[in-house]
Ligand binder design. Structure first.
Ligand code: ADP
Ligand code: MG
Length: 586
């Protein structure tokens, strides 16, 4: 039988993005695991020792390599995955460069044991620094086991470049995690010096992989997303805002099943969380993006970690809209107690769906597993029979009990008590209203009987100049007056109350302190946020009617759960949690 692996013609290999594929143990693991995936494996075991410097062993149950192909597999540009330049435009496999085995073999001691389903016996093939040392028949299970020992043993300069064993092991774990997330139907097992770091079931459910990788608690704080249109399909999971992290380490994107890094997707994702996260908080996300192979170019980066989108703007806006829509639909009142384990022993009443609308269509074929995880506590799915008229169904039924500390409202729900931060609530309402007014053509503004003259320094004045347009959009009318002062002619009106012009001098002073001068000034959104913050009064006693009206307005908000700076508006304490605290249940 003729072999499957061929050395690419020069004309084809020259078209493949040049560059070294192997620079650390993680990059070796990535290449080897991708080969196992391409070979159709359903079980992949990865074992490393000394962070992968001593040993990397990848065992799969894939299709194996024909005996006569083995030597060729280690030649440069030898691959079974493509044969012509046109194939580069319609890649379905993770590999295609035909360089990994050759590159790895050149700088380590490699031993490959493999058997295809149809052959009676397997083959062992070993090399040292790229030179063959062994080639013989052996008995072995179907599939491939490849061992890479003493990475960079013959290139001491590159060996020196490696970091500590534990750091290199963490990079290996990171890449295996992402590969595992990209293939829920493959079971991955990673051990480092014999210790299990990762074990995924290979059940085909993304929920199961997420739970195995990030834990049940993280999964509980995620919302499923699914969008389709314009030749793009996105599905996956994103965190509820309170599930955000302090770095981007838990953002993973796949395009057509391939793990990639992408500024465009990252930006679209984070833009969609605007006003929902505090500073330096980043959403957790796992997004599978399926596109026509013709609109991406994978052949731009040696490790294929970056790809080129032919229509960046379309991908960006589709991704943004998909995530934003799913967030607007989602429900996520923050838990009052963020603790390690959620109880599955919760009384049945709390498990019932809060409101079935909105999220059902996003489950898709994950429905089966979705039901499973509902057995654990979910603050965002609390029974809601009493939906109030005109309300968008985001906030469950609650009755206000009262105000305390002139700062918080206490409300009673069916199986929960809620605490509302009146300041945050107010800011959110005002933010949404002001934004809408500006979109509709301008916020309400009131002329002053006499212009108010404010003196300021030259830098402060410059700050205001840069923001004139944005300030006029929120309702300030002003002009320069003399050398170092401005005359304010009109101020914004929020909820029927004219605002003070003090905001202008505070803004100018704040910006000049931060040295934030920029030609175009701040983003409109930033000005709105600052104006809202300023307009809302802390420590204010509210009448019963004012409390009621605050809650009613909140019910109409698109994103009622956080203030525009990302702080929570509500927290919920369930009966179960209260009973736990009072030791009624142990
Ligand atoms: P590429 O993956 O780009 O084709 P590699 O150098 O990684 O190049 O691998 C060369 C060839 O060796 C592959 O095309 C494939 O035919 C074969 N091969 C490598 N690893 C495996 C494996 N685990 N199972 C089956 N075949 C494999
Ligand atoms: Mg490969």
């Amino acid at each position: 039988m003729p072999g499957k692996i061929n050395v690419l013609e020069k004309a084809v290999s020259e078209r493949i993005a040049a560059g070294e594929v192997v620079n650390n143990p993680a990059s070796v693991v990535k290449e080897l695991v991708e080969n196992s995936v391409d070979a159709g494996a359903t079980n992949i075991t990865i074992e490393i020792e000394r962070g992968g410097k001593g040993l990397i062993r990848v065992i799969d149950n894939g299709e194996g390599i024909e005996a006569e192909d083995i030597q060729r597999a280690f030649l440069r540009h030898a691959t079974s995955k493509i044969s012509s330049a046109q194939d580069l435009d319609r890649l379905c496999t993770l590999g295609f460069r035909g360089e990994a085995l050759a590159s790895v073999a050149a700088i380590s001691m490699v031993s490959l044991t493999t058997r295809t389903r149809t052959s009676i016996s397997g083959t062992v093939y070993s090399l040292e620094g790229g030179r063959e040392t062994e080639y013989r028949e052996t008995g072995c299970p179907e599939g491939t086991c490849i061992e890479v020992r003493e990475l960079f043993y013959n290139t001491p300069a590159r060996l020196e470049f490696l970091k500590t064993d534990s750091y290199e092991a963490s990079l290996v774990s990171d890449i295996v995690t992402r590969l595992a997330l990209s293939k829920p139907d493959i079971s991955f097992r990673l051990t480092s010096n014999g210790r299990v770091l990762l074990n995924t079931p290979g059940s085909g459910s993304l929920r199961d992989v997420l739970a195995a990788v990030y834990g049940r608690d993280t999964l509980e704080n995620m919302l499923p997303v699914k969008c389709e249109g314009q030749g793009i399909i996105i599905n996956g999971f994103i965190s509820k805002p309170h599930g955000a992290r302090s770095n981007r380490g838990m953002q993973t994107f796949f395009v057509n099943g391939r793990y990639i890094r992408s500024k465009i997707i990252t930006q679209a994702l984070e833009e969609a969380y605007r006003t929902l996260l505090m500073v330096n908080r980043y959403p957790v996300a796992l997004l599978n993006i399926a596109l026509d192979t013709g609109v991406i170019d994978i052949n731009v980066h040696p490790s294929k970690l970056e790809i080129r989108f032919r229509e960046e703007a379309r991908i960006r806006s589709f991704t943004y809209n998909c995530i934003r829509t799913n967030l607007e639909r989602g429900r996520w009142i923050a838990p009052g107690i963020i603790k390690g384990t959620h109880s599955s022993a919760l009384p049945q009443t709390v498990h019932r769906q809060w409101s079935p609308s909105g999220s059902t269509q996003t489950h898709g074929d994950e429905g089966q597993n979705y039901r499973l995880s509902e057995e654990t506590i979910e603050y965002n799915r609390i029974e809601m029979d009493n939906i109030i008229e005109g309300d968008n169904g985001k906030i469950p039924y609650m009755k206000i009990v009262g105000q305390f500390m002139s700062t918080f409202l206490l409300a009673e729900g069916e199986e929960c008590v809620y605490i509302i931060d009146q300041h945050a609530a107010h800011e959110r309402i005002m933010y949404e209203q002001l934004t809408e007014d500006i979109i509709k053509g301008g916020a309400a503004s009131q002329k002053l009987l006499e212009p108010l003259v404010i003196d300021m320094g030259p830098v402060e004045l410059e700050m205001l100049r840069a923001n004139t347009k944005q300030l006029s959009a929120i309702g300030f009318e002003m002009e320069e007056f003399g050398t170092n002062s401005i005359a304010v002619r009109a101020v914004p009106v929020y909820f029927g109350k004219p605002q003070s012009a003090e905001f202008l001098s505070d803004l100018a002073a704040g910006l000049s302190r931060q040295n934030e001068i920029s030609h175009d000034g701040l983003k409109q959104d930033e000005i709105i946020k600052r104006a809202c913050k300023k307009a809302v009064k802390a420590n204010q006693r509210l009448s019963e009617q004012e409390m009621q009206s605050l809650l009613e307005q909140l019910r109409k908000a698109k994103m009622p759960y956080s203030c525009p700076h990302g702080r929570p508006v509500f927290i919920a304490l369930t009966r179960y949690e209260l009973e736990k605290m009072f030791k009624r249940i142990v």
